[in-house]
Design a protein around this ligand. Structure first.
Ligand code: NAD
Ligand code: UDP
Ligand code: UDP
Length: 338
């Protein structure tokens, strides 16, 4: 067992200001599944900076070692190549469960949401760890309520092409609540709305990464359907702050974590034009099946109970992502995937 102490000055925001300055606390052992991915790697950065010990469990399905390479050699950091669909034994205090093929092009291939979540809940039960599930706004499906509050039960097609993702996450929420109610496991549920930022997969088909990569490569931005469907885009640092507050707080959730700023895909394309290239072209493509028409989080609950709200607007966050994409697309292109 690692018992490090540290100055509370470093903890500050991450525990919602609960521990008074000057006090010291035990370093936690935290597992982050999917920690080599986009959101996970930013979370790991914050946990390590706070002084905790982090074990990343990732099968590198969409994650990359490159996202974590700056922690290699740190004795408080460990990276395990493992598929969470298989059981694993670890001794930890907290589990951030992010492992999931999160993009439409990947998520069809994998039972991670159900079996992986069950294994991580089993682990939480065995060692008495607190478990945080990263669920998704997709649980609301093509919503009939707008904006979506946590009380809305959703409008999801159980047999569609997206079902293994949205129904998979709905099942993961059910399992989490059953382990909580039935076995007393401490769980936390976040429903994450569309998030963007540095380290996003470049070619996984999500709209922000597609538009940014296309505009940088001087290719037309592919707008699906008429481009009038809406999404709300959250910068990754806001999400990570929300996840940590949720984990440290007293409330199970579910909590919507997203930026209420709502954009049509055509408006998003316009912001990308303003940021990267005013001459970037737009090309219309047929939309995918079951594409939700609109999505915007009602974040009143997170504001009230977690004292959280996003601080980075799309126009402020996008340039930060563009710098990273520019480097990865035009800079050193060595493959660190495996
Ligand atoms: P990502 O693809 O960058 O990260 C997912 C990580 O999980 C990758 O590193 C991948 O290799 C790993 N992984 C996948 N299957 C695994 C398995 N079976 N075993 C071990 N590791 C596995 O995606 P992200 O955007 O960082 O998403 C992180 C979490 O947040 C996911 O659970 C996702 O559903 C959720 N989420 C993200 C968004 C978003 O907009 N980014 C929105 C809603 C929910
Ligand atoms: N599990 C795991 N690591 C652990 C404990 C459990 O991966 O440290 C897995 C276990 O293999 C099982 C799942 O989690 O597949 C659920 O475990 P639980 O003990 O809740 O259920 P049971 O094994 O009793 O069905
Ligand atoms: N989309 C688009 N062009 C692209 C990729 C996606 O217009 O190149 C649209 C897609 O049809 C959807 C929205 O952007 O309406 C968000 O898609 P994404 O896959 O990023 O997220 P999700 O649908 O899961 O919210």
């Amino acid at each position: 067992v690692l018992y490090e102490t540290q100055r509370e000055g470093m903890l500050s925001v991450s525990v919602g200001g609960k521990v008074p300055l000057g006090l010291e606390r035990k370093s936690l052992r935290i597992v982050v599944t999917g920690g080599a991915g986009f959101v996970g790697s930013h979370l790991v950065d914050r946990l390590i900076a706070r002084g905790d010990s982090v074990i990343v469990v990732d099968n590198f399905f969409t994650g990359r070692k490159d996202n974590l390479v700056h922690h290699f050699g740190n004795p408080r950091f460990e990276l395990i190549r493992h598929d969470v669909v298989e059981p694993i034994l670890l001794e930890v205090d907290q589990i951030y469960h992010l492992a999931c093929p999160a993009s439409p092009v990947h998520y069809k291939f994998n039972p991670t949401n159900v079996v992986g979540t069950l294994n991580m809940l089993g682990l939480a039960k065995r060692v008495g760890a607190r478990f945080l599930l990263t669920s998704t706004s997709e649980v609301y499906g093509d919503p009939l309520e707008h904006p979506q509050a946590e009380t809305y039960w959703g409008n999801v097609n159980p047999i569609g092409v997206r079902s293994c993702y949205d129904e998979g996450k709905r099942t993961a929420e059910t399992l989490s609540m059953d382990y909580h109610r039935g076995l007393g496991i401490e769980v936390r549920i976040a429903r994450i709305f569309n998030t963007y930022g540095p380290r996003m997969c470049i070619d996984d088909g999500r709209v922000v990464s597609n538009f940014v990569a296309q505009a940088l490569r001087k290719e037309p931005m592919t707008v699906y359907g008429d481009g009038k469907q809406t999404r709300s885009f959250q910068y990754v640092s806001d999400l990570v702050e929300g996840l940590m507050r949720l984990m440290e707080g007293d409330h199970v959730g579910p909590f919507n974590l997203g930026n209420p700023g709502e954009f049509t895909m055509l408006e998003l394309a316009q912001v990308v034009q303003e940021t990267i290239d005013p001459n970037a072209k737009i090309e219309f493509r047929p939309n995918t099946e079951d594409d939700p028409h609109k999505r915007r989080p009602d974040i009143s609950k997170a504001k009230k109970l977690l004292g959280w709200e996003p601080t980075v607007s799309l126009r402020k966050g996008l340039p930060l992502m563009v710098n990273d994409f520019r480097q990865r697309i035009f800079g050193d292109q060595k493959d660190m995937t495996t």
